[in-house]
Design a binder for this molecule. Structure first.
Ligand code: SF4
Ligand code: FES
Length: 249
């Protein structure tokens, strides 16, 4: 396959950035999207040019590091698929493909296609954890959990923290990410002791980081590679209102 790539190049956060055109030639359709970028980078390095900076780690759809907006859609628009698991057989020979970083105030561009997602780390630090005593791990079956709740918690815990939900949202809202974290811990007995503080502190931190409000367009769910449901946002709202009422007393 021969492809034309319109790739966002930006030296740093203060550089205005621009699209540059690259040719990717003799690309094997079974290559992943990131392998194709590796090939382009090898050619750039061979010519003494600056390689394209992009994020990746596991390349197996489990770490949430890859973060490309491909043809205007975070992760490229294949249902339940991260950019690293997207294969070129989904494109046609001769296609022109645009590649951009996540666009959100809370995710400033570091370089080219890499953005700073430490705002998500600070959201987790604000409450996305449970406090446990150190020592031997308790047997997994020692605490009975209803099957329905365990399944819902497991589905929410599948969030890999990639940030595609923020990139897809016209408000740059982090509600799907936050709701996945709050819901999965609120559904389990281990998450109950810190339930109230967790949701209040995490929502306060979300606002502080500059993420926008949720207007329920569901664009987040549509692009989420782990198919996290917006039903978690309803659960988050319920948790928040309940915690606020308890706070008032
Ligand atoms: S909710 Fe989905 S899109 Fe958002 S960070 Fe988690 S895995 Fe990524
Ligand atoms: S590189 Fe780990 S999910 Fe894509």
């Amino acid at each position: 396959m021969d492809l034309t790539l319109e790739i966002w190049r930006q030296k740093n956060a203060s550089d205005p950035g621009r699209f540059l055109t690259y040719q990717a030639t003799n690309i094997i359709p079974d290559m992943s999207f990131l392998e194709m970028l590796d090939v382009v980078n090898e050619q750039l390095i061979g010519r003494g040019e600056e390689p394209i900076a992009f994020d990746s780690d596991c390349r197996e759809g489990i770490c949430g590091t890859c973060s490309l907006v491909i043809n205007g859609i975070p992760h490229g628009g294949q249902k339940g698929t991260t950019a690293c698991q997207l294969h070129l057989r989904h494109f046609k020979d001769g296609d022109t493909i645009t590649i951009e970083p996540w666009r959100a105030k809370a995710f400033p561009v570091v370089k080219d296609l890499i953005v700073d997602r430490t705002a998500f780390d600070r959201l987790i630090q604000a409450g996305g954890y449970i406090s446990v005593n150190t020592g031997n791990a308790v047997d997994a079956n020692a605490t009975p959990i209803e099957k329905e709740k365990a399944d819902m918690a497991f589905a929410a815990a599948a969030c890999i923290g990639c940030g595609a939900c923020v990139a897809a949202c016209k408000n740059s809202s982090a509600m799907l990410f936050l709701s996945a974290k709050v819901a999965h811990l609120a559904l389990l007995p281990q998450g109950v002791p810190e339930r109230k503080d967790r949701v209040l502190n995490m929502v306060a931190q979300m606002d502080k980081e500059g993420f926008g409000s949720c207007t329920f367009t569901e664009a987040c769910e549509a692009v989420c590679p782990k198919e996290i449901s917006v039903a978690n946002i309803s659960r988050l709202n319920k948790e928040y209102i309940t915690a606020g009422l308890i706070e008032e007393k």
